[in-house]
Design a protein around this ligand. Structure first.
Ligand SMILES: [Zn+2]
Length: 250
């Protein structure tokens, strides 16, 4: 077991521990998700604290503490996003990304594409006027990278190719159910042909093309609900930040 490693990590979340310490959950480029103890960061004069706030990309030196837990030795910021903490909506959107990343990432299993996706999405939330396309791109890529890619090409029951018409979506079967098969599967929700078209496009294309395509305002709510209900199904639990985001829009 190594005594010490240096990693690049995105701070997902932290929680207080003891009198002055904090546990920090990181998604690292090299090791997947890591939880590490940051000693003394809640003291006024802590030099580490500022580098360990959520959504910060940092360079971190970790050492094995007693019992094998990681302890943060040194930390410096690589990139931070002050624009995010400026608005409640952006903070909630960024929390949505870190919450889902935290739930899907595996402890100490390298997943560099997931690390890059999370960092790029945080960067997009910080810089884009309208981060909606970046969030839906994140949803679909996250599902790809963690093995839950929904089938949007063929009916998940009869396997026939999906036609350009309104369809249904089954979270439990992981994809589109054609109108002929609807009825066999009760837990379906309708999906309009336009939403389906955008989901398919985002599933197949790079971010640059997706951004150029945008996402029409009138189908945003349908698309967002469909994806978040699918993610909730896969995770078998609610997404706290998504609920919060819906509440602040009311
Ligand atoms: Zn079918």
């Amino acid at each position: 077991m190594e005594r010490s490693i240096r990693v690049q990590g995105l701070v997902l979340h932290h929680y207080n521990y003891g009198e002055a310490d904090r546990f920090v959950r990181l998604l690292t480029a090299e090791r997947g998700k890591i939880s590490a103890l940051a000693r003394g960061v809640r003291r006024m004069n802590s030099r580490k604290a500022g580098h360990l706030e959520p959504f910060t990309l940092a360079s971190i030196q970790l050492a094995r503490g007693l019992g094998g837990a990681w302890v943060i030795d040194q930390v410096s910021t690589i990139e931070s996003f002050p624009q995010i903490s400026g608005t409640l909506e952006r903070t909630t959107q960024a929390s949505y990304v870190t919450e889902l990343t935290d739930r899907f990432a595996l402890e100490e299993v390298e997943n560099r594409p997931l690390f890059l996706l999370a960092v790029e999405t945080i960067r997009r939330i910080a810089s884009m006027e309208d981060p909606f396309p970046a969030l839906r791109f994140f949803d679909l890529r996250l599902l790809d990278l963690t093995g839950f890619r929904p089938d949007l090409q063929n009916c998940v029951i009869c396997r026939r190719e999906i036609q350009a018409q309104n369809q249904f979506f089954s979270a439990s079967l992981g994809g589109v159910v054609c109108p002929a098969c609807y009825g066999h599967e009760t837990a379906c929700r309708p999906i309009s042909v336009r939403t389906l078209k955008f989901l398919r496009y985002y599933q197949k294309n790079g971010f640059k093309d997706c951004l150029a395509a945008g996402w029409p305002i009138d189908i945003r709510s349908e698309s967002e609900q469909l994806l978040t209900s699918f993610l909730t199904f896969v995770l078998e639990r609610k997404i706290n930040s998504q609920e919060f985001l819906e509440n602040i829009r009311k």
